[in-house]
Write a protein that binds this ligand. Sequence first.
Ligand SMILES: C[S@@+](CC[C@H](N)C(=O)[O-])C[C@H]1O[C@@H](n2cnc3c(N)ncnc32)[C@H](O)[C@@H]1O
Length: 327
Amino acid sequence: MADLITPMALRVAATLHLADHVAAGVDTVPALARATGCLGRPLGKVMDHLAALGVMRSDRGRYALNDLATPLLSEWDELGIRPMLDLGDIAGRTEMTITHLLHTVRTGQAAYEGAWGRTLWDDVNETSVPVAGLEAFERNTASFGSELVVEGYEWSAVNSVVDVGGNSGALLQALLAAHPHLHGTLLDLPKFADMAAHNLREAGLGERSTVVGASFFEPLPTGKDVYLLSAILADWSDEQAVDILRNCATAAGPVGRVLLAEIHLAPAVEGDAVERSMAALWIEASMGHPDRTVDDLKALGRTAGLDVVGQARVSEVRSVIEFKAVR
Ligand SMILES: C[S@@+](CC[C@H](N)C(=O)[O-])C[C@H]1O[C@@H](n2cnc3c(N)ncnc32)[C@H](O)[C@@H]1O
């Protein structure tokens, strides 16, 4: 249960693209050491462990791939497995943060902050960490009960929506596709904004959308009808969440609405007891506030100067709460 050797050997293999090299015929330890800029002695021990595990096989100093090595190949990346094991990739760095679970238990902060001293989002935007893994990892289709946002709200009366923290644009794409009269503005930090602009253009929605690379801790574009926050607040403390909501309230003004569409993953986790407790710990370690209830969220809105409009809509994994600024 507690062994870390095999998980780390697999990550070293993924990070150094060892399977790609072997597949390309670089199949001895000296050749692999040259190709990866590593030292033969320790690298040989990694290769021997991979062979002992059956990931590779060795024959008189030459290695070959077994089927188990397939997820380590770059060309098998549609599911993003190799980047998630790559210690230099943002996705791999995120996976590794579970080794800082103690930081979460002691402080309530996401383990990422304990591991790297900054939030995941700052890291993505401010460092040169490759984002390839993140792109593979980010959802390119709206999910987590997003139909409650797309179909469960009266969009016919709305002309313009700002998707605040809109990420890859998957949800905005679904919204614009389902409601052809709607214009969308996506706001996210610059790297995600670039990714979203590309995705929206590719989807033929460039004309009906505007993308803004900015922080939601700064003033937001004003005068739009709806300010949507989907799966945002769980990453932030109560004080920060209130700041984000207040920025939305200010931009929405007296007539606009703030639509808070949080995801409630923790109660929806399936599987046996160990799978459920593992998932619950992963969620806990990944974000600062995964467990806010609808009442908690309404209370945050009230602190930010927002009144709840009507009933919250709730599905298994989502709640959608409509607010307007208190007059
Ligand atoms: C969990 S994702 C939610 C994505 C999307 N709204 C959805 O429903 O799937 C959180 C998003 O918040 C963005 N974000 C984090 N800090 C931000 C900031 N200061 N300003 C704007 N966006 C930010 C991240 O880049 C990321 O895209």
